[in-house]
Write a protein that binds this ligand. Structure first.
Ligand SMILES: Cc1ncc(C[n+]2csc(CCOP(=O)(O)OP(=O)(O)O)c2C)c(N)n1
Ligand SMILES: [Mg+2]
Length: 585
């Protein structure tokens, strides 16, 4: 069917691709598009306060659904606001289409009001960024852009001058079968054979898992059982592999914990599975094999003995029949012991009288949040100390999701991420773990939540500080400077915006406040007044090691508590005889 204007045709193509909403701020050159949305059944405009938040929301929607999500910005400043959220989507590899409207096409190149060059601006944060300069390019270009976002996993941008959007469509919209599921990269046979040979030839193997193990939990466990391997993970791998994992030895990296560092360094072979873990100083830089479906990642963090190009699940399914059962379990047993010891050590170093500590210890609050949150809650996590609290205290269980700006590392992501996740799953519990710095940075989105009555639950870790930076400065030996805020009552602000809120200053009130807020049928905010100096260094850390935080040279300097994980680790150790019994000698 041919549709009226270019704008209408574009909306029709989006509907065909399954798009249900567009996040953005309306305005000038976007107006034809906004009006087409107004008149079209099945798609809506979600008005946000800052286009940056619109892009973050689209990124989160794409993250939780795996489907294309869309945001838009009007010409000039409306476009430039999008940048932060688009970088986040691009780095996270989630499919987002940005509609960047542009000044009238006849004015391009004249220094016109609000003129930028979006097709240059977005190049670095997209796989595809093209200007629609005439009606004959559509609807084909829209489909090409969508295919780039979905096919390559990341951002595509269509630059749309307002006058072009107004014009009558030249071609029939028609239909084109969209990509619904991506193919799986199967590794070449020779690489599978060599992988099996090397795994069989090694006395000890450690598996280190990233986000690429999504969907391959069974295969990773089966391989660990054959190799008697400890299994560690990165921050992004945690939600897919830590649960139901009797081989768990924790997380590596600056926020890491447990025996992961030692297990990755002491094994004869380190097998990296679907991870682009960026901190090369935490990798042994030797004896490493890497499996990844994206060949560009192979060997970019460490020299490799073997590079395997394949999806993790497909590779492990191919190699498992060729892998021999190892009989010696002493390395695994030693690492499981070490893991428990490492966790006990940090817990003992820190968890003293925490239920009475004032101001509230954020770790304690995160621990309670973990207990009261739903089995299938989606947690969105602000960059800053909330990353640490989520990594240490939110227990993954295969149904929960934990979403953050884990690769772009932008502040203020949690609230807009929560908006996108909640709109995608209206019935699910979505919890934004927000820093006070992060909340303040995109404060306006509280108003978005109130306007649309989006029932997200916002937990503000209100330490009146840029806590993560305070810690960095301390670790680097600088006195903290420009890191502190005057106290703010975020509960009062939320209430003034029409959001149900509770302020919590006493640790004894945390559980009731969370329970009440989580049960509230609409949006709710819990303002937790927390200790800015929360993260206690364990006593054995030396000045040199502390400096190592900045240099990424030491293994785990950020050693706070570890919540449920100690229990899990102890259980795994207790169950070790069971693993032994189940494994043929
Ligand atoms: C947009 C942006 N600006 C600056 C930074 C550097 N930065 C990282 S964490 C952080 C502090 C975050 O403060 P807050 O949200 O209050 O969280 P806290 O660490 O106090 O829990 C800053 C300034 C960043 N990552 N992103
Ligand atoms: Mg803070």
């Amino acid at each position: 069917m041919s549709t009226g204007t270019m704008a209408e045709q574009l909306i029709e193509v989006l509907l065909q691709a399954g798009v249900k909403r567009i996040y953005g701020v309306v305005g000038d050159s976007l107006n034809p598009l906004v009006d087409a949305v107004r008149r079209t059944e099945g798609i809506e405009w979600i008005l946000v306060r800052n286009e940056e938040a619109g892009a973050f929301a689209a990124a989160a929607e794409a993250h939780v659904t795996g489907q294309l999500a869309v945001c838009a910005g009007s010409c000039g400043p409306g476009n430039t606001h999008l940048i932060q959220g688009l970088y986040d989507a691009q780095r996270s590899g989630v499919p987002v289409l940005a509609l960047a409207s542009h000044i009238p096409s006849t004015q391009i190149g004249t220094g016109f009001f609000q003129e930028t060059h979006p097709e240059r601006l977005f190049v670095e944060c997209s796989h595809y960024c093209e200007l629609v300069s005439q009606t004959s390019q559509m609807p084909r270009l829209a489909r090409v852009a969508i295919q780039h976002a979905v096919g390559r996993g990341g951002v595509a941008v269509l630059v749309l001058p307002g006058d072009i959007l107004h014009r009558p469509a030249e071609h029939h919209t028609g239909a084109s079968a969209p990509l619904t599921e991506k193919g799986i990269v199967t590794p070449p046979e020779q690489q599978v054979l060599e992988l099996a040979e090397r795994l069989n030839g090694a006395d000890t193997v450690t598996l280190f898992c990233g986000a690429g193990v999504q969907g391959a939990h069974d295969e990773v466990m089966a391989l660990a059982a054959k190799l008697n391997s400890p299994v560690g993970h990165s921050l992004r791998g945690k939600e897919w592999i830590q649960h139901d994992n009797p081989y768990d030895i924790g997380m590596s990296g600056l926020l890491g914990y447990g025996a992961c560092y030692d297990a990755t360094h002491q094994a004869d072979v380190l097998l990296l599975l679907g991870t682009d873990f960026p901190y090369d100083a935490f990798l042994p830089q030797a004896r490493t094999i890497q499996v990844d479906h994206d060949a560009t990642r192979l060997g970019r963090r460490t020299p490799l003995d073997l590079a395997v190009h394949g999806d993790v699940g497909a590779t492990l399914r191919a190699v498992l029949p060729l892998v021999e059962q190892k009989s010696d379990r002493s390395f695994l047993e030693r690492m499981l012991h070490e893991h428990v010891k490492a966790l006990e050590h940090v817990v003992n170093a820190y968890a003293h009288d925490i239920e009475h500590h004032l101001p509230i210890h954020p770790e304690y609050a995160a621990h309670i949040l973990d207990q009261v949150a739903a089995e299938d809650a989606v947690f969105t996590v602000d960059t800053g100390m909330c990353n640490v609290w989520a990594a240490r205290y939110i227990t993954p269980n295969s149904k929960r999701r934990v979403i953050g700006s884990f690769l772009h590392g932008s502040m203020a992501n949690a609230l807009p991420h929560a908006i996108g996740a909640q709109l995608a799953f209206p019935g699910r519990q979505v919890i934004s773990m927000s820093g006070d710095g992060g909340l303040g940075m995109l404060f306006g989105e509280l108003l978005t939540v109130a306007l649309h009555q989006i029932p997200v639950k916002i937990v503000t870790f209100n330490n009146s500080a840029l806590g993560m930076i305070k810690l960095e400065m301390m670790v680097d030996g600088y006195p903290s400077y420009q890191t502190d805020f005057a106290p703010v009552n975020y509960a009062a602000i939320a209430e003034a915006a029409g959001i149900f809120s509770v302020r919590v200053e006493q640790p004894t009130e945390i559980r009731a406040a969370f329970t009440e807020a989580l049960a509230f049928p609409g949006p709710a905010l819990v303002d937790l007044v927390t200790d800015p100096n929360a993260l206690s260094m364990p006593p054995h850390i030396t000045g040199e090691q502390v400096k190592g935080f900045a240099l990424a040279a030491s293994k785990t300097v950020l050693a706070g508590g570890v919540g449920q994980m100690l229990e899990l680790a102890r259980t795994n150790l207790r169950n070790f005889p069971v693993i032994r019994a189940l494994t043929p000698a």
